[in-house]
Structures are given as C-alpha cells and as structure tokens.
Design a binder for this molecule. Structure first.
Ligand code: MG
Length: 487
C-alpha cells in the first residue's frame, strides 16, 4: 500500500461497442451489442445506450434481443480491436516500464516506476493527459482510476465510468470500502459471497468486523486471511510487466465439450493436482492461482486469486481453483480448462499461458465481477476470428466490412433470404445510406476494417492500417457522450 495514488488502472469504456460506434457513424448514440450472434451467442460488450435496457456482457444474446430488440447486433471484429488496443497500450508504455495488461482494453500501470513523483497532483495530471492522448489517438474514451493499490485503482476506474477519472486518496481506503458489497473484493465470487451472506455478512465493512479468525473459519486459512486484509484495503500486489509474469500451468482440451458442472469441477481439481506436481518438481511455490476456461464458442477467459503467501499445498491450490470456477458461467459447455500458479520466486518452467502476450479478450469485456482480480485473456481468439471470418464470407456477418465495386466501403447491416443489406459509411463520414444486394453479388466482397482515425494525408498509411498514434491526425468527431446511465 503506497502513500500516493501512483497505481493507475485504465479501462476503456464499453470497448468493443465503442469501437463499433466510432467506426459506424450511423450507430453513434444508439444501442449496440457486440457478441455471438448465433442462437447460443453471448454478449461480449453492450454500449451504454443498450445497458439502459438491462443488456450486459455475458448475457445470452437471445435474452438481450428480447430486452433491446432495436439495438444493432454485431459480430466482433477482433483484428480491429487489437489494433486499437495496441495504440492504447503503446501510450501506457510511454508512462512506465511496468504495464500489466489484463485484457485488450484494461491494464495496470505503476506510475512511480516510470518516474512520476509520488504525489496526488502528479498522478492526476498523468491520468488526465493519458485520457486526452487516448482520445486523440483512437477517438475513444477510457476511464482512469488512481490509488495506492491495484484493488483500489480498479475500484476507482469503475467509479470513474464512463469517461472519467477518480483518485482514491491513500488513507481513505477502509472507509470507502466499508459500505461496498463483498463482491467488490478480488477473490469473492458468487460462492464465497453466498457463504458470507448466510452468516449475515454483506458489506466489506462487515468482513472487517467479523475478524480474521471468523473469516478463516468460514473460508479457509488462505482465502480468509487474504480477504480480511483486502477488506481493510491492504493490497500490496505489485504491478507485473507481462514479460515478467511467471507461472507454471497445465491445461487440457476436451474432445467433447463438458456440460456437466460436477465433471467440470472434478477436472479442475485434477488439473490443480497436476499443476502442483509440476510446481513441486520444479521446487517452487507461487502466490496466484490462475484458472483458464475456454468455452464452447472459443471465448477464453482467465480468473485468478492471489493468496497471502506462496504455497505449493495441493489442498490450497485445489480450493482456490474450485472457488474460481464457481465464478465462471459454463452453461453451453467447456472445451478447455487450465490451472496455473504464478508469482514464483524463480522461474524455470515454460509458461503455457504466456500466449497471452497477444493479450486478447474473446469474452465478456466487463465481466460479471466488476473488480475480479482477473482478466479476460485470449489465446482462443484466433479460432473465434477465423469462424467469424468464415461466416463473413459465407453469410455476411453483421457488422463486418465489405467493399462494393461501385459504392465503396461499407458494413453488413443484415442478411437473409438471399439478400444482404449494406450501409455505406466510413468512420470519418456522415451516417451513410443502406442498399440491398443479392448475397452472391459479384461486385460485393469482404474487406479489411478501416482505421478509426484517418491517417494524415500523404503520410502513407495505405500499406498499414495499424493504428500508430503518431501517424494520426485530426481526430474524428468523438463518439457522443454516453448520456444514459453509467451502469
Ligand atoms: Mg472496458
């Protein structure tokens, strides 16, 4: 816990949906839902305008359609989200060498490690400048939280949403946390919350009052002690640059998706034991238990829980993994499970989760747990994208880019009964007009996404649409403010 709020948490606002609104002028200010559009699809991100209707990430798309039938339902365009994310992460790396991405649109930054002086004012100035730079580079808004610890920085950015900045002054943590629901704390999923509810503990302050012994009795030693510390705002987890993240992990892909919840639990326990075997044979121990789940639709997410101290105790790691799986919705089926332990003193084992280097979020962007100490991650994104692209070629996935020989660049608004409807507009144009074509119209073909911000005239950019902030000029009209409701 620091004396100055120099841990920064950035979270882009409704990221996928905001990218789509920036790319598609006709959707600005309108409800937009990005996610699986098939019958078993799940919402990845809803724009703030759609959230007014109760639509949220991780909800079945079918349910979202009932709640908000007039929203635009779009298939994700991960290649574009990744380009925008790269531009944002580049700005973060300009602030500090210690940047810990949690997903495509979310990261912690240790400002002190980057030379920001340890004062509230200095941190606030860096945060405000970052928000301006992100807007200029991407046309999008991000919310910034600043605090003396990761947990509080993340709570702060949640409070800053949308399009804001919140500083939690060191010394006020405990008071601030006291009235919040226990689910605010990293590591409190539905099962733990239910455990606590049964003994009348609803708010974080009540956890502190219950005392460490009582929490240990209820939740086990590792979980109880760490949560008692967190409840008081005591969180000294460091910001870990991605390349330094060390872990031992094991994972299994299943030939047939697992649907049975009991089977999922037993596989997680088995993987936890295997992971401990590897950990022990390497003579190591670790503090953070990581669970990886790839669902039937290839969406991949990770959940993690940080223990108070390092362990190689199979029971402790099994319990932590079991708690983590309770916070993951596996209805629909599970293709892959993984269990890892990170935070090792030294590192010799291959890090199987390191594929997250291309950190990607193929799953709910803002998950059900607002401050879960976890990240959506996406080694599974490749397949999702391939599927989407295939679908684009065959079925013209809604939201995907096309080019028409006569009318130019546009995007698929819908298709069916042998027709495809295209709206012809570009990120920097006025809202465009809609035209309908036969699905096999030879003049119509799939296209690459256009950059959100037009490259400077004459500066090239034609060969690489990659969004490098330096090559951009004249930011477009920013997307309209999320007038409605922060969630
Ligand atoms: Mg976000």
């Amino acid at each position: 816990m620091r004396g100055a709020p120099t841990i920064l948490h950035l979270d882009m606002d409704a990221f996928y949906a905001a990218v789509e609104q920036a790319a598609k002028p006709s959707l600005r200010g309108k409800p937009v839902v990005v996610g699986g559009i098939g019958p078993r699809g799940v919402v990845a991100t809803a724009s703030y305008e759609a959230r007014v209707f109760g639509v949220h990430s991780a909800m079945a798309t079918g349910q979202a359609r009932r709640m908000c039938p007039n929203a635009a339902y779009l298939a994700p365009r991960f290649s574009l989200y990744r380009q925008v994310s790269d531009a944002v992460m580049e700005l973060l790396h300009g602030l500090s060498p210690l940047v810990e991405p949690l997903s495509l649109d979310e990261a912690f930054v240790d400002l002190e490690a980057g030379g920001t002086s340890a004062s509230t004012q200095a941190a606030r100035e860096v945060g405000e400048r970052l928000r301006r730079d992100i807007r200029a580079a991407t046309g999008l808004t991000g919310s910034v939280g600043l605090a003396g610890s990761k947990m509080l920085a993340k709570i702060a950015s949640e409070r800053a949403k949308p399009d804001g900045l919140v500083v939690i002054a060191p010394g006020t943590e405990r008071e601030l946390l006291a009235p919040l629901t226990v689910r605010t704390l990293p590591g409190v999923g539905p099962a733990t919350a239910e455990h606590l509810r049964r003994v009348g503990i609803h708010a974080v302050g009540e956890m502190v009052e219950a005392g460490e012994d009582e929490l240990v009795r209820l939740l086990g030693r590792a979980h109880g002690t760490s949560l008692h510390a967190m409840a008081q705002g005591l969180d000294d987890r460091p910001v870990v640059a991605e390349r330094d993240a060390k872990s031992v992990s094991v994972e299994d892909t299943f030939d047939v998706d697992l649907h049975d919840r009991a089977r999922v639990r037993s596989e997680v326990a088995r993987l936890a034991d295997r992971c401990v075997g590897r950990l022990r044979s390497a003579g190591r121990s670790g503090r953070t238990v990581v669970l990886k789940v790839r669902r039937y639709d290839f969406s991949t997410l990770t959940r993690s829980e940080t223990l108070r101290g390092p362990t190689d105790d199979p029971a402790v790691i099994r319990e932590a993994a079991a708690r983590l799986i309770e916070s993951v919705d596996t209805t629909g089926g599970v293709r892959l499970l993984g269990v890892g332990v990170s935070g090792l003193a030294d590192f010799t084992q291959e890090d199987l989760f390191a594929q997250a280097a291309t950190a990607e979020e193929a799953t709910a962007e803002e998950g059900a747990e607002p401050v879960a100490d976890a990240a959506a991650e996406g080694s599974g994104v490749g397949p999702v994208e391939e599927i989407a692209e295939e679908a684009g070629r065959r079925r013209w996935a809604p939201g995907h880019d096309v080019r028409h020989a006569e009318f130019g660049a546009g995007w698929v608004q819908g298709s069916g009964v042998g027709r495809v409807t295209v709206r012809f507009e570009q990120p920097w144009s006025e809202p465009g007009r809609v035209r309908t074509f036969p699905v096999d119209d030879p003049d119509l073909e799939p296209a690459e996404p256009l950059p959100l911000v037009r490259a400077e005239e004459g500066s090239g950019g034609q060969s690489s649409p990659a969004m490098r902030p330096k090559s951009w000029s004249s930011p477009p009209e920013p997307p309209p403010p999320d007038e409605a409701s922060s969630p």
